[in-house]
Design a binder for this molecule. Structure first.
Ligand SMILES: C[S@@+](CC[C@H](N)C(=O)[O-])C[C@H]1O[C@@H](n2cnc3c(N)ncnc32)[C@H](O)[C@@H]1O
Length: 257
């Protein structure tokens, strides 16, 4: 089990021990029994089995990162200053270096619309809002109904710029948002089928004249690494994708469609 996986597991177990365990145990056991007995016979069940095996450390084909590496200075003005709101994050957030780079990229490209897959506590959302132009709008999507989702921007003046949505990114349809987004940040479920789906959604969301996609947890989660590598090799619009040194960010300046 790698460090990232271990950190994520510890974060989850912290949430569990701080709440009542029995109802969670009953729900988890019921779900586990359903997945074990009926899982192989449905697509959703097979996805859950694959996700569970991956989560438990079954990764015989752990991919070696394929993307070329780039220094932060190649994708943003790395020497300049940024101010970070809610400066101290937790282990589920992006790191300080990653957040600084995300903010610098956003400040440089001045997106009018941003879409984020995976809100979590909203720390990244808040900081993207802080560095985007004042009239920029940010949509952030998370499947969790937990109250911690979006708590960093709840009540903050930037809330007016942020549209929080609840939903499974696997079921996401670009709809009215299609071809309207300048910057997409993908950091939701890290299993390959989800990353693939989120990447397809990102391509549908980006404006026809192009934009920027950033994936988190590249070279950390096998599902992210394998999917991003495959897209960079076969999807012409994503062939400029690079892995930013010292981070788990993969960044692509997507060319016009
Ligand atoms: C690693 S956290 C995101 C961290 C955040 N980007 C940050 O830097 O603070 C992943 C989030 O994605 C959400 N998530 C997981 N699977 C999802 C799915 N299928 N659709 C939407 N959100 C999902 C989780 O509930 C969690 O809040």
């Amino acid at each position: 089990m790698d460090l990232g996986r271990w950190r994520e597991r510890m974060t989850i177990s912290h949430h569990i021990t701080s709440k009542k365990l029995l109802p969670k145990w009953v729900q988890a056991m019921g779900r586990a029994a359903k997945v074990a007995l009926a899982g192989p016979f449905s697509k959703k069940g097979r996805l859950e089995i694959a996700a569970l095996a991956d989560y438990l450390g079954y990764n015989p084909d752990r991919p070696r990162p394929w993307l070329p590496q780039a220094e932060p200075s190649e994708i943003c003005d790395a020497e300049s200053e940024v101010s970070i709101l809610k400066a101290v994050g937790d282990d589920t957030n992006v790191t300080a270096r990653e957040l600084a780079i995300l903010c610098l990229v956003v400040r440089q490209i001045r997106p009018r619309r941003i879409f984020e897959f995976g809100t979590y506590d909203g720390r990244t959302t808040l900081n993207l809002a802080h560095h985007a132009p004042p009239d920029a709008r940010i949509v952030t999507l998370d499947c969790s109904l937990d109250t911690h989702v979006g708590r960093c921007f709840r009540g903050h003046p930037y809330t007016a710029r942020i549209e929080q949505r609840i939903g499974d990114s696997m079921a996401f349809e670009a709809g009215a948002d299609a071809a309207s987004i300048d910057f997409v940040f993908i950091d939701a479920n890290h299993m390959a089928p989800y990353v693939r789906r989120d990447t397809e959604s990102a391509l549908a969301l980006l404006r026809r004249e192009g934009g920027t996609i950033v994936w988190h947890d590249y070279a950390e989660w096998p599902g992210v690494t394998s999917v991003v590598d495959a897209y960079a090799q076969r999807e012409p619009r994503l062939r400029n994708t690079v892995w930013v040194s010292g981070t788990h960010l993969a960044v692509c300046r997507v060319a016009a469609a």
